[in-house]
Design a protein around this ligand. Structure first.
Ligand SMILES: [Ca+2]
Length: 110
């Protein structure tokens, strides 16, 4: 899977690391993932990770809010990923829409 642009061995706990926000291709945190890590705190173009319009679930183990966006470069509709929360299955309208994502430095950013 791709984590911060580096391919690493598959790990069931990937994305659950402290400070990480992991976005998954399929429902229930499956199908491979790309993560906002402690060093990669924003991804302006998810297609650079082979992950454009792919996200169906996410898990945040980050103390502040983060968000994903319908368009690249943080454009279009913004969908909040609240601190220490998760969504095992996005709404059908939000399926396969995420094109960028970033972490904030506040728990009330969105
Ligand atoms: Ca999109």
């Amino acid at each position: 899977m791709l984590i911060g642009g580096t391919t690493v061995a598959s790990a069931a706990s990937a994305g659950r690391d402290v400070g990480w926000v992991c976005m998954y291709r399929d429902d229930n945190y499956a199908g491979g993932s790309v993560s906002l890590t402690n060093t990669t705190t924003s991804i302006a173009v998810l297609s650079n990770y082979g992950f454009n319009d792919e996200v169906n679930s996410w898990f945040s183990n980050y103390k502040y809010d983060s968000a994903w966006f319908y368009d690249a470069n943080y454009g279009g509709s913004r969908k909040c990923m609240n601190s220490y929360s998760s969504n095992h299955s996005l709404s059908l309208a939000d399926y396969d829409e995420a094109s960028s994502a970033k972490k904030y430095t506040s728990a009330t950013a969105c």
